[in-house]
Design a protein around this ligand. Sequence first.
Ligand SMILES: NC(=O)c1ccc[n+]([C@@H]2O[C@H](COP(=O)([O-])OP(=O)(O)OC[C@H]3O[C@@H](n4cnc5c(N)ncnc54)[C@H](O)[C@@H]3O)[C@@H](O)[C@H]2O)c1
Length: 260
Amino acid sequence: MNIYQKIFNLNNKIVLITGSRGLLGEKILKTFRKLNAKIIAVDYIKNNKEFNFIRKNRELSFNADMSNTAHVKLITKKIQSHFKKVDVIINAHQIKPEGFLSNKPEDLNEDIWKRIIDVNLTGTFLSCKYFGKLMFKQKKGSIINFGSTYGVVSSNYNLYNKLKFGNPIAYTASKGGISSLTKYLATHWAKKGIRVNCLIPHGVANNHSAQFKKNFEKMSPLGRMMEKDEIIGPIIFLSSDASSYCTGTDFLVEGGWTAW
Ligand SMILES: NC(=O)c1ccc[n+]([C@@H]2O[C@H](COP(=O)([O-])OP(=O)(O)OC[C@H]3O[C@@H](n4cnc5c(N)ncnc54)[C@H](O)[C@@H]3O)[C@@H](O)[C@H]2O)c1
């Protein structure tokens, strides 16, 4: 094995992915399959509040609500009996409840606010708290929390020019919280050998309207939206020993959006 193969090697690593059926989560899951990792996949089927799981070859797959402590504890138990440990945790879940696309803070319903904070922020905390402990014994691990440029800068209403939607204040608050939580954990768990980083993608192309694309391209320094394949390089880097000196970072993959 040469030096490049060694530092990027993820063969047989146990990788947990939340939001594994999402746009990026699914891409990440398929990537780790190709890299011969063992996978723990967690997602939540809308309106299916039943906790359940399937075990197939080298994979555990859960239907679970990441904002529900009981569900997270049950997943932890199953991992303990099946794999015993986790090497990489990728928190890529997010919720978009009905009313999500409102961009008027003065009109945002409190129930929507609470649900977004509960799933995005508390769900990420619960994942780090319970699954993170499965890294303590081996004194090694990498946690990647998905943030957003909207946790770094405000959602810019020019992006939604001539459109009837926006991005809600609760999303921004939850993602800003994830960046902060990441830095706290990175410093408090550094001596335990656990690295914690916040990966921040932006504007991943997904059948957006022509108007939205036009607005985006005008505002983006790279002049285009992100392709979902472009998450693979950063994910492999942050998951592997290639990033052994990176912790507590906001790792921006946003085409220069916040650089203006
Ligand atoms: N796609 C983008 O343009 C973009 C930009 C910036 C940041 N992000 C962040 O990257 C991450 C991945 O984005 P995406 O586009 O793949 O999101 P997505 O909306 O496609 O997928 C999110 C997944 O989370 C799952 N989920 C929802 N509620 C859950 C719960 N309570 N418990 C467990 N799972 C739950 C959903 O079922 C879904 O499969 C998210 O955290 C998102 O905020 C995405």
